[in-house]
Ligand binder design. Structure first.
Ligand SMILES: [Cu+2]
Length: 212
């Protein structure tokens, strides 16, 4: 360090050259210029609120921004597995217990078969009941319902923080320890939906909804 300042200076200017060469992005100045002509470039970030409504139609702008959010949800991964696999399992075993449920709940200490609630308009599952070495269980852990039924999970307030997270990411509740807190999800298509409590999954705090 400090040996040859001239070399450092030359290096710096080289870096600057490379930097401007590499990215052909607009500098802050040009970006500000684009802001000034917002009406033409309203889809650019920073051009949102104050755009005059003189020339373009607002609907067109919205349409261009909406598709960008779609790839994010697809990228979460794991969505494909449960969707296809789940539907198959439910179909093969009409009436019986799907093998996927038995497997999923093998380490849930309070699992004792699937509770049949088909035909019920509303179904409630308790979150944080006795099981799995504490208050780390869903009750009942496995329920069979009809398509279109809304399941409501209700927290007991015991066993610290819990949540309800679908194994494929289709639904996920908040993480709370509040007694009486509820989370609901409507099941609109048949299949086996495996879910768990994120902090206590490894202890066996898991559940399944079989939708017919
Ligand atoms: Cu939990």
């Amino acid at each position: 360090m400090g040996g040859n300042p001239p070399g450092d200076v030359r290096q710096n200017s080289l870096d600057r050259l490379f930097r401007t060469d590499r990215r052909h992005e607009p500098t802050q100045q040009t970006r500000r210029d684009q802001d000034a002509r917002c009406p033409r470039n309203r889809f650019l970030a920073g051009c949102s609120g104050s755009a005059p409504s003189s020339s373009g139609s607002g609907d067109g702008d919205q349409a261009t921004s909406t598709p960008t959010s779609t790839p994010e949800s697809t990228a979460s991964g794991g969505d494909e597995q449960p969707a296809s696999g789940a539907t198959e399992t439910a179909a093969t075993s009409s009436g019986g217990t799907p093998a996927a449920v038995e497997e999923w709940l093998a380490d849930a200490s309070n699992y004792d078969g699937v509770v049949d609630e088909t035909g019920s308009s509303s179904v409630t599952v308790a979150v944080g009941t006795s099981g799995n070495g504490g208050n780390f269980a869903f009750d009942p852990p496995a329920v069979r319902i009809s398509t279109g039924t809304t399941v409501t999970w209700e927290w007991t307030g015991k066993g610290s923080m819990h949540n309800v997270a679908h194994d494929g990411g289709e639904f996920e509740s908040e993480m709370v320890d509040t007694e009486g807190h509820t989370f609901s999800h409507e099941f609109t298509s048949a299949g086996v939906y495996k879910y768990f409590c994120t902090p206590h999954k490894s202890m066996g705090m898991k559940g399944a909804i079989v939708v017919e």
